[in-house]
Design a protein around this ligand. Structure first.
Ligand SMILES: Cc1cc2nc3c(=O)[nH]c(=O)nc-3n(C[C@H](O)[C@H](O)[C@H](O)COP(=O)(O)OP(=O)(O)OC[C@H]3O[C@@H](n4cnc5c(N)ncnc54)[C@H](O)[C@@H]3O)c2cc1C
Length: 497
């Protein structure tokens, strides 16, 4: 039998969220913590997604920790290797690497009523902890398309988040399934090498011009010499992005202007009317994620690329068959099919009071307080849980907001001698009722099918307001919305509430 390791705080995942929590824990004097990470390095999204062309689509000055600015970004929108290196370097500099247990996949976690601790199982041993922080990522679990016969394919097949760099695509016939954020980045990169590229599209994405450019040496030196300058640029980027909330949430009619730019972009890059027809979305811009690219449309128009809009009905050992009966022979299938967002595995692995799984407590639609806390799950703070997603700006802003809240909760628990905190059911109900009201009339309810909506059709993914309001609400731990318990002293026999 393997020994059980006990820690005060147990984090799962070492992406922006897990590292962000760990760094702040350390700074606040909480040193008894561990991070369980299934991969063999830190970085999360940026460790896992290594596909050609992988980059952030929010400017790097904003898509980075506010407390760890990087004056050396080489481009305004950095590529994956640079973001991954930034995260590894930040973990090193803030000395949290020694807390990470690599190669530890969490298989289950359960709240133990008797000991008031979380019991967490991994393939490599058991852990117990007072506080449990799943930071397993909303976009970490590759989604497999439900296509009959996919398993029967005898060529090479892989998901964009598990890119096989040992497999040479040169001269191959390739099927790429999906036209989301990842596909629009890798398709233009592989197009010059492959013999034939069939791009299978279910829904056309809205594409905006990309403003990426190299950061000059002068700028980099200026950021080093005057850190306030970089903070100013970060602030300006934040403000520029936040304006989009007006169109997304407050007045969706404004999105018509954004749509005009996207239509102009398409027409200026595609000359074939039939391709324009196929590439034109049939829903309001912003309803699904808007994607920036200057290379997507030109790639689609290359002679070796075919945009297929007929639904895939079957995959055979060497081909892909579509609804019109066409069969295309391919050597490799790349799944650019995104991630399981509203059905993340953690919800089926974590059990709270009475052994109830998160997924059962959600009853079909994820709900939490501030995307963090759920009734029945004491001392658990889930990073980037329900309704923390964004369509317009940096997720790191939401992560840092949640980190503030979690750290304040732990501080208050420590200072007030509180052992367990559990959000009240009424709090979660009222909070989510308000979110649902706020979602009414937003661009996400204009009728498109997107991964923002769960199986019930509810938007349980997006934060439907200004992000500074989320920052404000997470500034401090609102203990009145929680049941607080202290362990009775051995002789008192009472439970303080
Ligand atoms: C290709 C891509 C591009 C993106 N670009 C942007 C962008 O430009 N701007 C933006 O704001 N957001 C972007 N995102 C969203 C991005 O996921 C978040 O910004 C952020 O990186 C999430 O960080 P995280 O730490 O919460 O999750 P992740 O980075 O996903 O980290 C989760 C970690 O948990 C680990 N883990 C999961 N399950 C287990 C388990 N059972 N046991 C142990 N470890 C586990 C994973 O291995 C991973 O390391 C992008 C996402 C993708 C996939």
């Amino acid at each position: 039998m393997t020994a059980t390791t006990d820690v005060d705080v147990l984090i799962v995942g070492s992406g922006f969220s897990g590292l962000g929590v760990a760094i702040r824990l350390k700074q606040e004097g909480f040193t008894d913590f561990a991070i369980l990470e299934r991969a063999d390095d830190v970085g999360g999204t940026w460790q896992a997604n290594t596909y050609p062309g992988c980059a952030c689509d929010v400017p790097s000055h904003l898509y980075s920790f506010s407390f760890a600015p990087n004056p050396a970004w080489s481009q305004t929108y950095s590529r994956q290797p640079e973001i991954w290196e930034y995260l590894r370097d930040t973990a090193r500099r803030y000395d949290v690497l020694r807390h990470v247990r690599f190669g530890h996949t969490v298989t289950s976690a359960e709240w133990d009523e008797e000991t008031a601790r979380w019991k967490v199982e991994t393939g490599q041993g058991s852990f117990t902890a007072r506080v449990f922080i799943p930071a397993t990522g909303p976009l970490a679990e590759p989604k497999q398309p439900e296509v009959p016969g996919l398993d029967s394919f005898e060529g090479k097949i892989y998901h964009s988040a598990r890119w096989d760099h040992d497999h040479d695509l040169t001269g191959e016939r390739v099927a790429s399934i999906g036209t989301g954020a990842s596909a629009i980045q890798y398709v233009p990169m592989i197009q010059p090498d492959v013999a034939k590229l069939h791009v299978f599209q279910r829904t056309a994405p809205w594409i905006m011009p990309h403003s990426n450019r190299r950061v000059t040496g002068v700028e980099r030196r200026a950021y080093r010499a005057f850190p306030a300058l970089q903070r100013l640029v970060r602030g300006l980027v934040y403000a520029g992005r936040e304006i989009l909330v007006l169109g997304f949430v407050k007045r969706p009619g404004l999105m018509k202007q954004v749509e005009k730019v996207a239509r102009w972009h398409m027409r200026s890059q595609i000359s074939d009317p039939e391709l324009i027809r196929k590439a034109t979305p049939d829903y309001t811009i912003g309803c699904k994620r808007i994607l920036p690219s200057n290379h997507w449309y030109p790639a689609l128009e290359r002679p070796n690329v075919e945009l297929v809009t007929d639904a895939i009905t079957e995959v055979r050992p060497h081909s892909v068959v579509t609804a019109d009966g066409s069969e295309r022979e391919v050597d490799t299938i790349i799944l650019g099919t995104g991630f399981s967002v509203t059905d993340m595995p953690v919800a089926r692995q974590v059990r709270g009071r009475g052994g109830k799984l998160i997924v059962d407590s959600w009853g079909g639609s994820p709900r939490a307080h501030l995307g963090l806390a759920m009734p029945g799950f004491p001392n658990m703070f889930m990073m980037l849980g329900p309704n923390t997603g964004l369509g317009h700006t940096s997720m790191v802003y939401m992560i840092e907001s949640q980190v503030n809240y979690v750290i304040d909760a732990l501080r208050k628990m420590r200072d007030d001698g509180v052992d367990t905190v559990e959000v009240k059911r009424d709090t979660v109900r009222a909070y989510n009722d308000r979110l649902d009201e706020m979602h009414e009339g937003t661009v996400w309810t204009t009728g498109c099918k997107s991964w923002y909506l769960d199986d019930t059709g509810r938007n349980s993914t997006i934060w439907p307001d200004w992000t500074f309001r989320f920052r404000h609400r997470t500034q401090s731990f609102d203990s009145s919305k929680y049941d607080l318990r202290t362990t009775p002293a051995p002789d008192s026999g009472k439970v303080a509430a």
